[in-house]
Design a protein around this ligand. Structure first.
Ligand code: 4AD
Ligand code: MG
Length: 460
């Protein structure tokens, strides 16, 4: 095969008059009566299609043009010419054309009409050929590159934390356990201690391991698949998602909030700068408010309020909540969204949560009632980041483990970090898919990850 040009560079970079090769998949084909055809070709490098003009003098035209239906794959060589129409700068006038893989336009599962996202979820092998899913793939890629750049530019080391682990970081018991098939269960039907005789599960967070590295080599971040066995069928939860977790020594809660805000703003800015065509599409076709929401994020400082203030606002709102609020209860999605969307109309950082509703590792405040936790809430999505300053005082941490019903013996290595050269340190976790929801205006988290894993989706 000859190296072909990506359609994005043909449309936006290469000069008219050049001889070029394009390959991709047919979006539409129109045949004129006078023996020529127009083909809209897309290769996923950008939202726009390249228009191909091909006439009967091109070898293979007569035999094969009818097989080049929507969905077929082609390679086309020819001259790039200025386009007489105003839609595109250029079009490709074919001199050679090879049908690589024919497709019957009538039975191709992607028809020209708009398909529902539910239907597209059932054809996860073809949905990346649609405009929406092509755009999501490009935006997701841009976000991932930006994440690495953001931390690398600040001198953070990228560390790999284990997928198979023996500790439950969040202490919420939402783990998938790991078993080995060729082992006999330790007692009838009990596979619970089956990682070669030990209990192991898929990680719910790389934080504890990231803390080890942060307290040795300085600022670090992880970027890793994460697993949660919560059986919740919401538009915000996946069983398998990607989490980014920075962890920084000599860092307190305020520093952590500052880093989180800069981080989110950088992701927004880069998407607007580098994925302009895709972002315009989302604004036009997915959510008409998305640009306004994102501009608003860039233009304002995130509001910071304590959990106690948040509860007071919720109580004073006069709203009828599905889940009643009182000091000490977890904030539910409905509360978070009201605070960020309706009350403040901008991103919000809620900090200092009650000790009793947060994991063991968070720093206890002097009031002995709250811990130095922070959640970043954004309009349309709710919680996008969860983080905290970590408890670095050995005696306080030991008490907290007991209080949370955990076995301090199992955390001996975590306690060692507090025994030998303990330092204040902080970090947070960003859910990648929640960030993509925010950036694209998409509604359902199943549609912003290529292959969603939820209690109901795990086709292939
Ligand atoms: O708030 P979480 O549970 O915090 C932690 O795991 C900490 N150990 C992070 C840290 O401090 N290093 O999860 C962090 C973020 C959430 O704010 C959310 O964006 C995302 O991870 N998240 C999920 N995303 C998709 N599906 C799920 N089931 C998610 N659970 C959490
Ligand atoms: Mg959380």
């Amino acid at each position: 095969a000859r190296p072909s040009h990506r359609i994005a560079s043909l449309l936006y970079e290469i000069d008219p008059g050049s001889q070029v090769v394009a390959s991709g998949w047919v979006r539409t084909r129109r045949d004129s009566k006078n023996g020529f055809s127009f083909i809209e070709l897309n290769d996923g490098s950008c939202m726009s299609n390249l228009q191909i003009v091909i006439d009967a003098s091109v070898p293979g035209y007569e035999e094969h043009i009818k097989e080049a239906g929507t969905g077929a794959s082609l390679e086309v060589r020819g001259e790039l010419k200025e386009s007489p129409g105003s839609k595109q700068r250029v079009e490709l006038h074919a001199s050679e054309f090879t049908l690589l893989g024919k497709a019957d336009g009538d039975t191709y599962p992607l028809q020209k009409k708009r398909h529902s996202f539910e239907y597209l979820r059932e054809i996860a092998h073809l949905r990346p050929r649609t405009n929406t899913f092509g755009a999501i793939a490009r935006v997701r890629n841009c976000v991932c590159r930006t994440i690495h750049d953001f931390f690398q530019e600040r001198g953070f080391l990228y560390v790999h934390t284990p997928i198979i682990t023996t500790s439950d970081c969040e202490g919420a018991g939402e783990m998938f356990t790991v078993t080995t098939l060729d082992q006999t269960p330790s007692s009838a039907g009990d596979y619970s201690e089956d990682f070669f005789g030990k209990k192991a599960s898929l990680t719910v967070s790389g934080q504890l391991e990231a803390e080890i590295y942060a307290c040795s080599v300085g600022p670090v971040y992880t970027f890793s698949p994460t697993f949660r066995a919560e059986n919740s069928n919401t538009t915000r939860h996946l069983s398998e998602f990607w989490m980014i977790e920075p962890e920084v020594p000599f860092f307190e809660l305020d520093d952590n909030m500052q880093l989180a805000e800069e981080f989110i703003k950088t992701l927004v800015q880069k998407c607007l700068d580098e994925c302009a065509e895709d972002m315009a599409f989302f604004n036009q076709r997915i959510d008409k408010e998305i640009m306004t929401t994102l501009r608003n994020i860039l233009d304002n400082e995130f509001r910071r309020i304590s959990y106690t203030e948040a509860v007071d606002l919720l109580l004073a709102s006069g709203k009828k909540w599905e889940y009643p609020v009182s000091w000490g209860t977890n904030l539910q999605a409905e509360h978070e969204r009201w605070l960020t969307e309706e009350h403040f109309g901008q991103p919000l950082i809620v900090y200092d949560y009650p000790r009793t509703i947060k994991p063991f590792y968070m720093y206890c405040n002097e009031d002995e009632k709250t811990v130095r936790a922070m959640d970043v809430l954004v309009p349309r999505v709710g919680e996008i980041i969860g983080g905290s300053q970590r408890e670095h005082r050995l005696d306080v941490l030991e008490k907290r483990l007991v209080e949370c019903g955990l076995d301090a013996e199992e955390y001996w290595w975590y306690l060692d970090l507090r025994r030998f050269g303990s330092v204040p340190h902080s970090g947070f976790g960003l859910g990648l898919e929640r960030a993509i929801l925010l950036l694209t205006g998409m509604q359902n988290i199943r549609d912003v990850i290529p292959f969603p894993r939820t209690p109901k989706n795990a086709e292939f």
